[in-house]
Design a protein around this ligand. Structure first.
Ligand code: G1P
Length: 291
């Protein structure tokens, strides 16, 4: 039996246009662009599975349903590979999500991250995880598992945080805190995409959250925030009046795959640590740096 604070559900907001990857995203969803041999979204789903998450909610756009298809059985490809006795058969079956546990909700208007999470409301009855697939995190203990542990220890909503350069602070939600013990920061305020001069700290919110279902009520006001969008940060900030919210400085390497250079950095760094690719990639880098 599940205890009431077991986190078994994750919400993935994936409806975005992926403009930074145009023209590729004219035809392929940003979340399906490969990092080595797996699409970006697969890294986030694997991270969630390793943390014991069983139910996967994709907040999607009507044009990007190939994302959810990726996690469904492909009978034709399966039988073709079976006929050929292909060693690759295993590769297409290990990432599946069962029909009962894969939920797709269409976000019909691009009204922001807060709106995307609100779109999942029908399926939320207890605490749940939110993962932004653009943030690819490589760590010993899966990042979302670290957050689940913090959620249980502190009985608080949890956001992942990381120190970022002050010149990049305006790209993030930023926390202000009143107390900190090792990796845990007790939050008193947060601001979405502040100017450098208004940022309360250099601790940015990274795309991993564990939230109580009360967030849905805060989001239902549909208040517009930074960039004229409904912001998740603004709704979490309102939770602070009645609930605890902590920032957890997770252990691991985070790559911002929402832009070309960040994704390239992820490609190279992950390849450098991959048994199959590392010697070849090191050779390529060595040769390139001679030029
Ligand atoms: C979103 C959140 C922001 C967070 C960031 C992390 O912003 O709104 O608070 O810091 O993800 O990647 P976006 O990158 O969607 O603009």
């Amino acid at each position: 039996m599940c205890s009431s604070d077991d986190i078994k559900t994750v919400v993935f907001p994936v409806a975005g246009l992926g403009s930074r990857f145009l023209p590729a995203t004219k035809i392929v969803a940003k979340e399906l662009l490969p990092i080595l041999d797996k699409p970006l979204i697969d890294y986030a789903v694997c991270e969630a599975k390793k943390a014991g998450i069983e139910r996967f909610i994709f907040i999607n756009s009507p044009n990007k349903q190939s994302i959810t298809n990726y996690f469904k059985k492909n009978k034709n490809l399966e039988s073709e590979l079976k006929d050929k006795k292909s060693e690759h058969l295993e590769l297409i079956s290990k990432n599946l999500i069962s029909e009962n546990n894969l939920i797709e909700v269409i976000q019909d208007k691009p009204l922001g991250l807060g709106h995307a999470i609100w779109c999942a409301r029908k399926y939320i009855s207890g605490p749940f995880a939110v993962m932004l697939p653009d943030d690819l995190i490589i760590s010993g203990v899966p990042c979302i598992k670290q957050l689940i542990k913090a959620y249980k220890n502190f009985k608080s909503n949890v956001v992942a945080i990381q120190e970022v350069d002050e010149n990049n602070i305006n790209k993030y939600g930023v926390i202000d805190y009143y107390k900190n013990e090792s990796n845990t920061y007790h939050i008193k305020d947060m601001i979405e995409k502040p100017d450098k001069k208004n940022a309360p700290s250099n601790l940015a919110i990274i795309g991993r959250y564990i939230l109580n279902p009360s967030i849905i009520k805060e989001l239902s006001n549909h208040e517009l925030g930074a960039g004229g969008e409904i912001q998740l940060t603004d709704a979490i900030k309102k939770l602070i009046i009645n609930e605890n919210v902590i920032g957890y400085k997770f252990e691991g390497n985070r790559f911002d795959c929402g832009n070309v250079i960040g994704a390239l950095n992820a490609q190279l760094s992950i390849a450098m640590n991959d048994d199959k690719y590392k010697s070849q990639i090191k050779e390529i880098i060595k040769n390139l740096s001679k030029e």
